[in-house]
Ligand binder design. Structure first.
Ligand SMILES: [Zn+2]
Length: 283
């Protein structure tokens, strides 16, 4: 039954994704994933992803795209910049700035997350701008994922997926958020980075099943660092991690002052989460 419900939700989401708006693409991102070599194959690079992890990544890319599309749609509405949600999580922002940022942080990201994911055995060659996902434990510590742009510190665009990225199961993240909000602590909920895979919400008499993946949330955070996904060549579009040391908690994101909020990667991921969990805050 649970399996059937999941398949049904996936089908519903897939159809929702396929009919979502498409945008004019300047330079579409090329997505690659390093796969584990099969018997007899050799590879120069460590960090190949198993078939199961690649399947999980593909699913997460789809959901992340859906989250980004919803956020782009909601924040494109007239007066979105004046909403309590935007004021609280992105700070003071005018209509024009919000429009420019949303086009990059959600519209471009959604489009680029939809690029075909090609399985490869090698890192991108010199001159290639493809974004490579790889699964490596080295240097992960307590991180879920890490992004590097092609440049002085990296030979290519990459997102390292840490073991923690793939952890996750059933969770009550949106329900937990709602409980906090009802207790008057609407900025003191648990970070969705700790969320797990599936949230089931009962709304009035209608059963609404909302799939929320921790992985898709993490990808939206990483996208705020990835110039390939942002469709940008400006290093400053790679946002800061002001709240990383504080565990990227919503409380830490909320306590940032003024424009720092809109310069922090986690704040944008949180906005996308909240548009899913509590869209009224952005109306
Ligand atoms: Zn970050």
């Amino acid at each position: 039954m649970k399996q059937f419900a999941l398949v049904l939700v996936h089908l519903m989401l897939l159809s929702a994704i396929s009919i979502s708006r498409s945008y004019a693409a300047p330079v579409p991102a090329q997505l690659r994933v390093l796969r584990t070599p099969k018997k007899g194959e050799t590879t120069k690079m460590k960090g190949g992803c198993s078939d199961a992890r690649i399947a999980k990544l593909e699913e997460a890319l789809g959901f992340a795209r859906e989250l980004a599309n919803s956020a782009a749609e909601e924040l494109s509405k007239d007066g979105a910049e004046l909403s309590e949600g935007v004021q609280t999580w992105l700070g003071p922002v005018n209509r024009g700035t919000l429009r420019v940022q949303v086009a990059k942080r959600f519209t471009s990201v959604a489009r680029n997350l939809g690029a075909p994911l090609k399985q490869v055995l090698r890192e991108p060659t010199k001159g290639e701008t493809a974004l490579l996902f790889h699964c490596q434990e080295q240097g992960c510590s307590d991180s879920l994922a890490m992004t590097q742009n092609k440049g002085s510190t990296s030979k290519f665009n990459q997102i390292q997926l840490c073991p923690l990225f793939f952890k996750g199961g059933l969770d009550q993240d949106i329900a937990a958020y709602t409980a906090k909000k009802n207790a008057g602590k609407r900025n003191k909920f648990r970070s969705p980075t700790n969320a797990r895979e599936l949230v089931i919400l009962l709304l009035s008499s209608m059963l609404v099943i909302l799939v929320f993946q921790q992985q898709s949330y993490t990808l939206l955070h990483e996208a705020q660092h990835s110039l390939a996904l942002l469709g940008s060549s400006k290093a400053r579009d790679n946002l800061q991690d002001f709240t990383h040391a504080a565990g990227n908690t919503p409380q830490a994101c909320h306590e940032l002052q003024g424009v720092s909020k809109a310069l922090n990667a986690e704040n944008w991921a949180l906005v996308a989460f909240l548009i899913k969990a509590d869209p009224a805050r952005f109306a």
